[in-house]
Design a protein around this ligand. Structure first.
Ligand code: BGC
Length: 415
């Protein structure tokens, strides 16, 4: 008996000796699809290699609505994780509540102010201090298409929403599902936002950043709702509640022609062994070629106690901005690195096009934050827009004129 106890003590001592600076880091995220899991695994492995313990806190659910609910309950009970996938204005909400930790020393050592474009570094700061680390930039206004389905249907890739309706009808007549879609509020909002973006960046900014009552009620917005409702004719009967990655798989396996989705969809094509330009093609969502709706994923860091936990959190923060992680994570995730001047050679044509569009749109004023992905407005306003958009899509009798009135009122009430 004594011998066994002695044996265990020896083992315990030797583990402690090899990992004296090792700490645990609990990370809350919603990256659970094939491409997403491959991406976050890169960070898990790097943390393990640095001698730390990764406690995975994955909460499934596209766009993170469920993850945010779970995070709030953990924070309210005084036990937030060390790190959580939080983005855009929501970082400010958590910062205002005093939960986040100052990352300035890691950021200074890694020269974050120099290696990040201002649109990203500003989003990562609260009151002028870094509190979150960016992993990527997703472009949201993308159209993913199966070229074989287009060929069999005699359809062309649409460059406007008017043309989309014409081509989608051909695809439907040929017996395919034109639009792979999942009826979840955030996916409805992603589609709606892409249609709105085709009205131009000025319209988009007035509607979803300035929240102008006049723009929300305008004829242009009525047109946007009308086109959006038309998309209902092109989804399959099973669309309701479908997860986004299941919709992507419909394009991958040739059941459907198109998905309008951010480039995390590319992560699914990659995970399925498909190649851009051969098995699938990527184009900006119709009418949005010069514009870029950005969605920056980031891990915000919460205050943690104890030297080891703090060291683990700092290592996590540092590793995220390292070129190696930025490259490997984004090759799996479908997005582009947040860090500037990264080598492009391992990235595919869709990523190159996103990189070019990101740079070009930053100087023309056509780089706009995604409303559907929590980059443009706070969570209250976003929730109000989601509700109107999704109710309208699922309510056959609601007119576009009624929808704009509901939208303007809901936005005003949530401001
Ligand atoms: C996130 C992506 C994620 C997608 C689907 C977006 O809001 O930014 O990282 O892959 O939701 O869950």
């Amino acid at each position: 008996m004594r011998k066994i106890a002695f044996g265990l003590t020896t083992v315990a001592l030797s583990i402690a000796a090899t990992t004296s600076h090792a700490g645990e880091v609990e990370v809350l995220h919603w990256w659970t699809s094939g491409g997403e899991a491959a991406a976050i695994n890169v960070l898990k492995e790097e943390m393990k290699d640095a001698g730390h313990t990764w406690k995975d806190f994955a909460v499934a659910g596209g766009a993170g609505e469920s993850a945010m609910t779970v995070l709030k309950s953990r924070a309210i009970s005084g036990n937030p994780p060390a790190s959580a996938q939080i983005k855009g204005p929501t970082i400010q909400e958590w910062g205002d509540l005093g939960f986040l930790t100052n990352l300035d020393s890691v950021a200074a050592a890694g020269k974050w102010d120099q290696v990040l474009p201002p649109v990203i570094s500003e989003t990562m700061k609260h009151d002028g201090h870094y509190v979150a680390a960016p992993v990527n930039v997703h472009r949201v206004n993308w159209m993913w298409a199966n070229p074989e389905v287009f060929r069999k249907s005699g359809a062309s890739i649409p460059t406007s929403w008017e043309q989309f309706i014409v081509e989608a009808q051909k695809i439907k007549d040929a017996g395919f599902t034109p639009l792979a879609h999942g009826g979840q509020a955030w996916q409805d909002a992603t589609l709606f936002e892409a249609i709105a973006l085709a009205k131009g960046s000025d319209f988009y900014k007035k509607a979803f950043i300035e929240l102008s009552d006049e723009t929300l009620r305008s004829q242009d917005m009525i047109d946007v709702f009308t086109t959006f409702k038309k998309m209902h004719d092109f989804v399959d009967p099973g669309f309701s509640g479908r997860d986004w990655n299941i919709a992507t798989s419909m394009v991958i396996n040739g059941e459907a022609a198109i998905q309008i989705m951010g480039d995390w969809a590319k992560g699914e094509f990659t995970a399925a062994g498909k190649q851009a330009g051969i098995d699938y093609v990527c184009f900006p969502a119709p009418g949005t070629s010069g514009t870029f709706t950005f969605n920056i994923d980031s891990l915000a860091m919460f205050q943690v106690d104890g030297d080891e936990a703090q060291k683990a959190q700092q290592d996590l923060t540092r590793l995220i901005l390292e070129p190696n992680f930025q490259e490997t994570f984004n090759l799996n995730k479908g997005s582009i690195p947040a860090r500037l001047n990264m080598p492009r050679d391992k990235f595919d044509a869709c990523a190159h096009s996103a990189m070019d569009a990101f740079l070009a749109s930053s100087s023309t004023g056509d780089l706009v934050p995604s409303m559907a992905h929590g980059m443009a407005v706070n969570s209250m306003v976003q929730g109000a827009i989601y509700d109107v958009v999704t109710n309208f899509f699922n309510n056959e009798s609601m007119q576009a004129t009624e929808a704009v009135d509901k939208l303007a009122r809901a936005v005003k009430a949530s401001m």
